[in-house]
Design a protein around this ligand. Structure first.
Ligand SMILES: [Zn+2]
Length: 134
């Protein structure tokens, strides 16, 4: 969970993180803004946060102005509207990685949790016992 390289491109509004295991995570600013983990956006003590009200984000609110590194565990973006209270831990950034591979992993975890009865086992050719001549 250690970034080797962190690239914030303010012009394009993207954040790219290269991890020690070779994985690359790329966020666009809007996606990143929606992940803001601060108490205001996420709520606290059981209260819903601002992002939970499904607000329409303005261009300013999703404009990545600056990015600070907090200790050795998190990034703190500064947004065009002045919001800067979100500490995005490396764990969060990696866990919510929007790449295809990680999205699939999340879906799989989701399915495992949902355990919907009757849905046929997907993919994975582990049931080809009645001959497969294609
Ligand atoms: Zn926030």
């Amino acid at each position: 969970m250690t970034p080797l390289r962190i690239d914030a491109n303010r012009a394009e509004g993207t954040l790219r993180v290269e991890w020690a295991d070779g994985h690359v995570t790329a966020y666009d600013a809007a996606t990143l803004r929606w992940l803001c983990p601060c108490a205001y956006c996420r709520g606290e003590a059981g209260m819903p946060g601002w992002l939970d009200t499904n607000p329409t984000l303005t261009a300013e609110q999703t404009r990545l102005v600056d990015l600070s590194i907090v200790g050795n565990y998190a990034l703190q973006p500064l947004w065009g509207d002045g919001h800067h209270t979100g500490y995005y831990t490396y764990m969060l950034l990696r866990d919510r990685c929007p790449c295809d591979e990680c999205s699939r992993d999340r879906d799989r975890r989701h399915e495992a949790h949902a355990s919907s009865p009757g849905s046929p086992a997907t993919g994975a050719g582990d049931r080809h016992w009645h001959g497969g001549d294609r």
